[in-house]
Design a protein around this ligand. Structure first.
Ligand SMILES: [Zn+2]
Length: 75
């Protein structure tokens, strides 16, 4: 057995909620499961907040309200 197993890591887009002064943003969530299993689930984003996964939206998102931290961390 080799340790060089390809890591099937995919990033999906997730929408956070507007929280006080913080607007709702698109974040990236790293999924290690099949995207259909995390659809609609609240997952931890790359930047450490919680957002609801929207598998219909692929990452990176072509929107303006995107979390900059997630963009940097996923690139
Ligand atoms: Zn983020």
């Amino acid at each position: 057995m080799t340790a060089a197993v390809a890591r099937a890591t995919t990033s999906v887009a997730a929408r956070s909620r507007a929280h006080g002064p913080t607007a709702a943003l698109w974040h990236a969530v790293e999924v290690h499961r099949h995207p259909s299993e995390v659809d609609g689930a609240c997952e931890l984003t790359l930047c450490g907040s919680l957002a609801r996964v929207d598998v219909e939206q692929s990452w990176p998102v072509a929107e303006r309200d995107v979390c900059v931290t997630c963009v940097v961390l996923s690139s």
